[in-house]
Design a protein around this ligand. Structure first.
Ligand code: ARG
Length: 489
């Protein structure tokens, strides 16, 4: 075994340097304490690279075998928690390579033939992120399934639909939940599209200009599973672009920002709905906290925090955009700063999706079988709120239009009727037929059917409307889609 030339980082470059790095600069430039989470992708990438070098006759069979043996040992060390990460070795790549050389000697030093850390790190991040996107897709599917199950149980539960947060028209609670399913389904679509662009191989671009070794980049892509839906290897086609752009990380964080904005809108509603003024829902106690001073309080901390964490993810998007904007081609060390925002985005989104699915659906302990409930719907409170706000006024106007009035006149007539009922503290449906007829003689006894919440709901059967039949067919469509999507995950 030869001595390890990477033990001190200054020796990693060459004899060109006349003084060692100061401790402060070492700390400032190192990334090992956060990028070590890329270790698996780094080893995977190195093994594929080594295999290709061997297959192309650039690396001997013995050296390839030594590298495989060394990487297996390193995997054990890292998994067992006894790998020694060294700040002096700057990052995950140099740490693993140094340990490999320590374990297997010269073969370890030959691994870096025809590659640079520039194409190596870009490959690691893309590999790691592709796998994380798969997990996020799974969690998005789960959350949609949780919302769908709740929707199925609440087709006939009516709450006021709002515009400007003013009572507007009655809608089914299931319809409201389906709106979020639509948003999350688009988030999943975006993730799929971004995964296809992320899962593309930079390795073989070397430092920036490609390499003079007779390598086979397509083979490496194939070995790493960087292939498209047809199974064709995906390889970055310009070496300068491959080592330097981080647009895949930016678009991923952008899609996550949008996803979190959707979560945040839902959080805002959960918080409102849980307040005493609405009292539409109860969130299970284990997702709420009490107050240290006000004994009566139960605070919806989880949705509030999710709303707050949305700002954090959007901030990461801004950070990554700013990181990229003034970088000349090709690689610059600035790019090392892509990791913390990216990692934190992934952690935040995964935790949020998991906790939301549990909060909505409840959970069942796989061992004890004990079920803990999810979101509890207070249907009477929803119904009462819908009755309070003259939510069926549009239905009365539509009724008059069907009797031959122009819509603008019908609108005005109903406005007067609402004003009158407000004065009397009554709902529209509380007015007698005579009273209603005083607003317009064409009103007949059948008007009460449209003034009821149920009548209003059932009448909105346009595609995508809130009528129960529409809702049922949407539920069916989503159930099929989710099933199909989860089979591919
Ligand atoms: N830790 C570095 C990063 O994350 C690896 C690439 C370093 N390349 C270089 N030429 N210094 O970007």
């Amino acid at each position: 075994m030869t001595t390890n030339s990477l033990d001190q980082k200054s020796q990693a470059w060459s004899g060109l340097f006349t003084e060692p790095m100061s401790e402060l600069v070492q700390r400032y430039t190192a990334s090992v304490f956060f990028d070590q989470r890329l270790w698996k992708a780094d080893i995977q990438g190195s093994l594929a690279h080594a295999q290709m070098l061997f297959e192309c006759g650039i690396l001997s069979a013995e050296d390839f075998a030594s590298i495989q043996r060394g990487m297996a040992l390193i995997t054990e060390e890292i998994e067992g928690g006894h790998f020694e990460w060294k700040l002096a070795l700057e990052d995950v790549h140099l740490n693993i390579e140094a340990r490999l050389t320590q374990l297997v000697g010269d073969a370890g030093k030959r691994l870096h033939t025809a590659r640079s850390r520039n194409d190596q790190v870009a490959t690691d991040v893309r590999l790691w992120l592709s796998a994380e996107i798969d997990l996020i897709l799974l969690l998005l599917n789960d959350l949609q399934a949780a919302l769908l199950a709740l929707a199925e149980k609440n087709i006939d539960v009516i709450l006021p639909g709002f515009t400007h947060l003013q009572v507007a028209q009655p809608v089914s609670f299931a319809h409201h939940l389906l709106a979020y399913i639509e948003m999350f389904s688009r988030d999943a679509q975006r993730m799929q599209e971004i995964k296809a662009r992320t899962n593309c191989l930079p390795l073989g671009s070397a430092a920036l200009a490609g390499t003079s070794y007779p390598i086979n980049r397509l083979r490496v892509a194939e070995l790493l599973g960087m292939v498209n839906a047809l199974g064709e290897p995906q390889v970055c086609q310009n070496s300068l672009d491959a080592v330097s752009d981080r647009d895949f990380a930016i678009e991923f964080t952008s899609a996550c920002s949008l996803l979190m904005v959707h979560i945040s809108r839902m959080s805002e509603e959960l918080v409102l709905w849980m307040s005493q003024n609405f009292a539409f829902i109860q969130i299970a106690d284990r997702f709420t906290t009490g107050s240290s001073i006000m004994p009566q309080k139960k605070n919806p901390d989880v949705p509030e925090l999710a709303r707050g964490k949305t700002g954090r993810v959007v901030g990461h998007l801004m950070g990554l955009l700013m990181l990229m904007k003034a970088q000349p081609l090709a690689y610059n060390k600035d790019n090392q700063e892509d990791k913390e925002p990216l990692f934190d985005t992934v952690d935040t989104v995964k935790d949020t999706l998991r906790i939301f699915a549990q909060m909505i659906a409840g959970e069942k302990d796989p061992i004890t079988g004990v079920e803990s409930g999810g979101l509890r719907v207070q249907k009477e409170a929803m119904q009462t709120a819908a009755l309070k706000g003259y939510a069926t006024a549009t239905d009365l106007a539509d009724y008059l239009v069907k009797k031959g009035l122009p819509f603008r006149d019908a609108h005005e007539t109903v406005a007067l009727a609402v004003k009158q009922s407000m004065k009397q503290g009554k709902a529209l449906s509380d007015l007698t037929l005579q009273e209603l007829q005083s607003f317009h003689p064409s009103i007949e006894a059948d008007v009460y059917a449209v003034l009821s919440l149920e009548g209003s709901l059932h009448s909105r059967m346009s595609l995508g409307g809130t009528a129960p039949d529409q809702i049922k067919s949407q539920i069916q469509r989503h159930a099929l889609r989710l099933q199909k999507e989860s089979a591919c995950l």
